[in-house]
Design a protein around this ligand. Structure first.
Ligand code: ADP
Length: 425
């Protein structure tokens, strides 16, 4: 804004001399005096406006100084570039961050300071900002001059001229090494906490699950030892049967723990071979029906007798028998279980549907975590390991598993296994 002090002052002087001359010449027309009076009022207003302008300019200069200090003192890099990314202005933090003197920084292209592997993506983002005229933010690896690269968060916003055209870009760049280190530390702590929770759940489950069969074994063996002479052969068989059942249960439990721990340590073997899935399922159903309690309850349906794919037979058995025995076990009223096998778009779709106790919504999210059992299992025994093993086995097949369930209505597990493209591990 131009300074009006001098012209106003000059005008005032001239006005005064004019007034003097008018007063001296009394025969001058009155009109001249009126014009001069008005002229004088206008000058006074101008003077007043000039004072106000000076006040506004002073305030703006103070504010500008504050922003300049902020621009110069912040630890984040502020950079203004043209739309091609050529640097016009940069604060001292930018020159420290990019390890280059301020003079040398001006005129350089910003992408030069981005790691080569991230540079193409950076240019694409730059183009997107230019096209969309929208602010955006993302993370990159910055490559300062002659020094180690590091992760940085970038926020860029457009600068427009008075006509609204995009003319420049304003960049805010922050070094996020500390943030990432803190995040890694937090994750490590969370993992440790999860591990210790897992250990205590493991000990709790194992000690609980072993205590019951051990007590049964102890009492049956005591009966056999003490009253051997008085027990009928049938009673003896019952006790021997109880003992062998309990031993079988504990062996199965140990087996599950072993499989899960192998899977968790990524050491579970995956040996895919061509399997006729339709036949495999049919045989499995027959095996499960051999157990008295299951009484032909599994209703198997298949839309194709020849669904063949690359599967690991051992893991496949783990997946299907765990899901089927769960469906039977958690349907205490003895309701039938639907078992469907379909072929869809080069993948096998396996559906196992029961009409049992269902799974509370809160528990559904934790189902595949080891040792997790839903609140409504009551006296139905189990370890919470089966589904964790199923999930690992499905993952190894690059498949997907999902569940839908409603309390007291029933549960449906759907497993999708690709027939081909199974990688050797
Ligand atoms: P468990 O040995 O306890 O059966 P799983 O890992 O096989 O362990 O299952 C985890 C939990 O998921 C079970 O304890 C049970 O609460 C719930 N669950 C699994 N399948 C069913 C089902 N078909 N119906 C109801 N609940 C189920």
């Amino acid at each position: 804004m131009t300074n009006l002090n001098q012209p106003i002052h000059l005008s005032q002087q001239r006005l005064e001399s004019l007034m003097n001359r008018i007063n001296q010449a009394a025969d001058q027309p009155e009109i001249l005096s009126t014009i001069l009076e008005e002229f004088s009022i206008t000058l006074e207003k101008l003077d007043q406006q000039q004072q106000e302008s000076v006040t506004i300019i002073n305030a703006s200069q103070i504010e500008l100084q504050h922003y300049r200090e902020l621009f110069n003192s912040t630890s984040e890099a502020y950079i203004v570039t043209d739309i091609t990314g050529k640097i016009h202005t940069a604060n001292p933090a930018a020159s420290t961050m990019l390890n280059i003197s301020p003079n040398h920084l001006i005129g350089k292209l910003l992408p030069v300071f981005v790691c080569e592997s991230h540079r193409q993506a950076f240019r694409t983002k730059l183009e997107q900002v230019n096209q969309s005229c929208q602010s955006t933010a993302w993370e990159v690896q910055l490559q300062p001059r002659h020094s180690e690269y590091f992760p940085a968060a970038i926020a860029v916003s457009p600068i427009r001229d008075n006509q609204g055209n995009l003319t420049k870009l304003r960049w805010l760049i922050s070094d996020i090494r500390h943030r990432q280190q803190a995040e890694a530390l937090r994750q490590e702590l969370a993992e440790q906490q999860e591990l210790s929770e897992l250990k205590s759940r493991f000990l709790g489950t194992v000690s609980h699950e072993f205590r019951t069969p051990l007590t049964t074994i102890l009492s049956s063996s005591e009966m056999l030892e003490r009253y051997s002479d008085r027990l009928s052969p049938e009673r003896k068989t019952v006790h021997f049967h109880k003992i062998s059942q309990c031993v079988g249960y504990m062996t199965q439990l140990l087996e599950d723990i072993l499989i899960y721990s192998k899977a968790d340590a990524e050491k579970l073997e995956f040996n895919p071979t061509v399997v006729n899935l339709s036949e495999f399922c049919q045989n499995l159903v027959e095996d499960l029906h051999l157990e008295a309690a299951n009484q032909q309850r599994i209703q198997f349906k298949c839309n194709d007798d020849d669904i063949c794919g690359n599967f690991d037979p051992k893991l496949l058995r783990q997946i299907l028998s765990n899901l089927l025995t769960n469906a039977l076990k958690y349907s205490p009223n003895g309701d039938p279980v639907d078992f469907e096998l379909n072929l869809e778009e080069n993948q096998a779709i396996i559906i196992i549907r029961d009409r049992g106790i269902g799974i509370p919504a809160n528990d559904q999210v934790h189902l595949f975590e080891p040792f997790h059992r839903a609140q409504n299992t009551g006296t139905i025994n189990g370890t919470g390991l089966g589904l964790a093993i199923v999930k690992k086995a499905v993952d190894l097949h690059q498949g997907k598993i999902s569940v839908q369930s409603k309390i007291d209505i029933g549960t449906t597990f759907t497993v999708k296994l690709p027939l081909l493209n199974v990688k050797k591990f």
